[in-house]
Design a protein around this ligand. Structure first.
Ligand code: SF4
Length: 457
């Protein structure tokens, strides 16, 4: 039996792709092992920042050092963007861009002479057709590496669901992005927005329900644009309504949604529907209008704040998060201070803070006024301490609250951990509920960043 090891980087959509590859390999007769014991290592990469690229390169070198016999297959966004750079790294045998990602399992099954993908994934056939139709196979820059990178087609490559932690499977229902934020390389490596057919979404969720899952995470690159590629157009809101009516899944979490897609109808629906997680992740990027314009973001801070405050008003104990970028080219101290003041004014419970890094080929990368690295680090730290204080306030406000939580597999010193509807990890000492159970827990105390509670029903 051939052996593999798979390492995922990046966002939830990318994790879902990686999960699908893993499941296909296992169904095709491969065995998952440690990096040291594997014949092939698959790196499913991200290229959202220079740090993400560096992390992937470092991992490739480490894998090769520890297991020189292991052949490395690199796929994902970094593979799509910089295939030749990767192909020249030691141990790399294949570079497979997002354009061909759906063929990763097939490539390995053929190479290792496994009979084929024993699968019930009907969309695999759809993926292969588009593969043959669109993508050229480029000549390899070094003999031992095969490079498969082409243009991203307009097919939605269905990623069968695989729950990494066996509790909260991610269902990728949308890929690609039509927005052109000036710093972002993602549209170049994932193509135009495209969506999974609604009937397939429903089928997938019903399958997960039958397998006993309680919570699913809907993910995509720009989830709010779901269905705009169909004719007639469909909406994300309409899809979520269908999911609620046509499936019995107990909890649906929405991974991230752009601010202009957070409509009042959408907030109303989340507020009134106990099956929707009380959690919004709404990318902000900057709290300065001047920087938002330079970033080519399509809203003003007043519009953004209006939506966040509407969430807070309709769903008082909602978990609220955002992505924020610091050190965008041309960002002055005054812009940064404005951004801090704006964030201070909103009820965030967490932030993902990204120091700006230039992505080749993006308009921002050629901006003539970069912010120096030391200043970026300083601004990141200021942003970190601001959100740490806000998060602490949010956590303290949970004491005495009863939260609906999903028991997870993970434990800490024998303590069951659980994830709340409003996106807090809660430790439940003494709780005996098995993983994947929805229960109510009362928050007893907060210790640093850790929340402790007990099961009440
Ligand atoms: S919305 Fe902007 S930041 Fe997000 S993937 Fe699209 S281009 Fe990138």
């Amino acid at each position: 039996m051939s052996t593999f090891h798979l390492i995922n980087f990046g966002c939830r959509a990318s994790q879902a792709d990686g999960g699908a590859i893993k499941q296909q390999l296992i169904l095709g007769g491969f065995k998952e092992t440690s990096p040291e014991g594997s014949e092939v290592a698959i790196l499913n990469t991200c290229t959202v920042t220079a740090a993400a690229d560096a992390e992937a390169r470092q991992m490739i070198r480490r894998l090769h050092r520890h297991n020189p016999q292991c052949r490395i297959l690199v796929t994902g966004c970094y593979a799509q963007r910089a295939s030749e750079e990767i192909a020249n790294l030691p141990g790399v045998a294949w570079v497979v861009g997002n354009s061909h990602k759906h063929s990763v399992a097939e490539i390995l099954l053929k190479e290792f002479k496994h009979p084929g993908i024993a699968t019930d994934f009907p969309a695999q056939a759809e993926a292969q057709t588009s593969h043959q139709a669109v993508h050229p196979i480029l000549p390899s820059p070094k003999p031992q590496a095969t490079v498969l990178v082409g243009e991203i087609g307009d097919a939605f490559h269905f990623a069968p669901v695989f729950a990494e932690d066996r509790t909260r499977p991610t269902l990728k229902i949308q890929d690609g992005c039509n927005a052109r934020c000036s710093f972002c390389v993602i549209p170049h490596v994932r193509g135009e927005s495209r969506s999974m057919a609604p009937q397939k979404v429903i089928e997938q969720i019903r399958r997960l329900e039958e397998e006993g899952y309680q919570e699913i995470v809907l993910s995509g690159i720009n989830l709010g644009s779901y269905g705009r590629d169909f004719s007639p157009r469909l909406s994300f809101l309409g899809l979520v309504e269908r999911i609620l009516v046509e499936t019995k899944i107990r909890r649906v979490r929405i991974s991230s949604i752009e601010p202009m897609d957070v409509s009042h109808e959408f907030i109303q629906m989340v507020a009134g529907e106990p099956r929707l997680a009380k959690h919004f992740h709404v990318p902000l990027q900057s709290g300065s209008n001047r920087i938002l314009r330079l970033m080519n973001r399509r809203y003003w801070t007043t519009q953004y704040a209006e939506r966040i405050l509407a969430i807070q008003e309709r769903i008082p104990n909602c978990g609220l998060g955002a992505d924020v970028m610091v050190g965008f080219p041309g960002e002055t101290e005054a812009d940064h201070a404005e951004s801090l003041r704006f964030i201070e004014s909103l009820p965030y419970s967490y932030l993902h803070i990204f120091p700006y890094s230039a992505r080749p080929g993006t308009p921002a990368a050629s901006h003539s006024n970069p912010v120096d690295g030391r200043r970026i680090r300083l601004r990141s730290r200021e942003m970190q301490s601001l959100i740490a204080a806000k998060r602490q306030k949010f956590l303290q406000a949970q004491v005495g609250e009863t939260l609906s939580v999903l028991a997870l597999h993970e434990t800490q010193e024998g303590m069951r951990s659980a994830l709340s509807s409003n996106y807090l990890k809660v430790f439940l000492p003494g709780a005996e509920a098995p993983p994947n159970t929805l229960l109510n827990a009362r928050v007893g105390r907060v210790f640093g960043d850790q929340v402790f509670g007990y099961q009440v029903s």
